[in-house]
Ligand binder design. Sequence first.
Ligand code: FUB
Length: 368
Amino acid sequence: MKKNNFDTYLVENMYTADPSAHVFEGKVYIYPSHDLGNDNPDDGSGDHFWMEDYHVYSMDEIGAPVVDHGQVLHMKDVPWVSEQMWAPDAATRNGKYYLYFPAKDKDGIFRVGAAVSDRPYGPFVPEPNYIEGSFSIDPAVFADTDGEYYMFNGGLWGGQLEKWQTGEFVTGAPANQPGTDGPQGDEPALRPWIAKMNEDMVSFAHAPKYIDMLDADGTPMKSKFNDRRFFEAAWVHKFNNKYYLSYSTGDTHNIAYAEAENVYGPYTYKGIVLEPVVGWTNHHSICEVNGEWYLFYHDSGISGGHTQLRGIKYTKLNIAEDGTIETVQAYRDDETKLNVARMLKSKGGDVHAFSKELGLNDELLQKV
Ligand code: FUB
């Protein structure tokens, strides 16, 4: 077990992604995806993101060695799942711990499942079926200060959110023509949904409701603003009594955020949390540890730039008194830029292809 630093990979013996971090029982627990990858084409369908199980990680405190608690759930133990266990999250209530995960059911439709444990580090026992009413990907379960819990969820393209516009799953355009069956141009962008959890934490108190997402001027967010409209990877944190919904913008690779007075919204666009990282996806969580805020995220430097083979990291997040988040450039100084670039190169990656994300100028490129 080695000590970790900001911006270094937390796990090096396997590929991990989509880190959801929480403080449970005084420790920092991380619930990531476990990337296995496959040879499917990177065509926007998401079929190259191949995951079959979950591991849980913890740190006794920020900067402490990362402990791998081993495999806590495998696809073969979940009766309703056919493939692709994507980005998970976790929550605790009444002494129990819950792992939430999206996966395709036997009809190839993404649903959200729940699994239960007495401990934050599992193993988790899955519910026999997915959560009734759930669809699409990337569950994030937010524990509000009044003791209520809410699931936020949804993701475009491979995450199938476009296919639910009628309220039913409609196959629509082929999955390898991403976005073609979603709204375009000036039409309102697709939105994530929210559902309040019942006290059992494995069912919803009401059907999922789409969240109103507004641009900074208060008008509904338009599809054409793909540098800031919702795509996937919803996460919610509360700061000074306001709610902050952060999310990936997908094909523009930002993590953006929006603010609301009410957990159900409307959420108004505020800015960018994290600039694009190495690899296509950007997916994060925001966690408060002893009064300081941290951003957990991933990139693909660890695999030489393969989008479907990622490594999780974290860094400090600065939030101003009024809730404004200071934008993070993951490769903040020359040393970090060079470290990631050299790792990428040592794994056979094309450093020039990621020079923009890494912020490498000609002088630094020569040093890689
Ligand atoms: O890890 C698989 C998918 O990639 C996640 O569900 C998305 O958020 C993206 O990170």
